[in-house]
Design a protein around this ligand. Structure first.
Ligand SMILES: [Zn+2]
Length: 227
């Protein structure tokens, strides 16, 4: 079995990208790629300094991380699908990804998904979601994965009992900057794919993210089949 499908998932902050990948990525044969897990801590630390640079990682570091991940996964006989959580983040990263696939995983399909919902839902989700510093040991103490709370205590982690926190990037000031950057880059990301002949599927996550994941599931199965 070789790599058959790459599913880049992009969209505004709090649209449900991480939850989507967690739901879909638990199936056998699938892996989740998160850029920040594959770049040196120094590169991550540099992105945390100002909202303008929030999450910004230079092109060389991005290219190296994606290339080595795709190459390693292509050589892993247990994996046929990569879900990319919040990647690509720019038109340049679309071009990089397509070039890397052509060289390192020829014949692999690509199925980009843009998670979308309305501004009210985004704000509400950003206000209510929480992370756990104890369950997710982030190298720069900026955990991202959604953490569930205990039923009787909205601030207690269901897994470790520790205190949950809001996500750093969800503070109103940073959230606004992240949302604005998404609006500035989204058209370029779509255009990067469509001008290469790759259609982008928009997935509405407004009702529930789980429901949206269920809508997407059959598409991933059919696209990753060898038939
Ligand atoms: Zn925890």
């Amino acid at each position: 079995m070789a790599l058959r499908l790459i599913v880049p998932i992009f969209g505004p902050p709090a649209a449900g990208k991480t939850t989507l990948t967690l739901h879909l990525g638990s199936e056998p044969g699938r892996r989740i790629f998160r850029l920040r897990e594959h770049v040196p801590t120094e590169a991550l630390a540099a992105t945390a300094i100002s909202p303008e640079r929030l999450g910004w990682i230079d092109e060389f570091t991005v290219g190296r991380a994606v290339r080595s991940y795709v190459t390693a996964t292509q050589g892993d006989s247990m994996v046929h699908t990569i879900l990319m959580d919040n990647f690509p983040g720019s038109r340049g990263q679309v071009d990089q990804l397509l070039a890397i696939m052509l060289a390192a995983a020829p014949g692999c399909r690509i199925e980009p998904i843009e998670a979308i919902t309305d501004a009210k839902t985004l704000k509400q989700r950003a206000r209510t979601r929480k992370v756990c510093h104890r369950c997710e040991r982030d190298p720069i103490h900026d955990p991202r994965l959604p953490a569930l709370a205990q039923e009787d205590d909205p601030w207690a982690c269901v897994r470790c009992g520790g205190l949950l926190h809001p996500r750093r990037g969800d503070s109103p000031r940073l959230f606004k900057a992240r949302l604005q950057r998404y609006h500035e880059t989204a058209a370029g990301i779509r255009d990067g794919f469509t001008s290469a002949g790759v259609p982008v599927t928009q997935l509405d996550t407004t009702n529930t993210i789980e429901g949206a994941a269920n809508l997407l599931a059959p598409l991933l199965i059919s696209r990753s089949s060898t038939l």
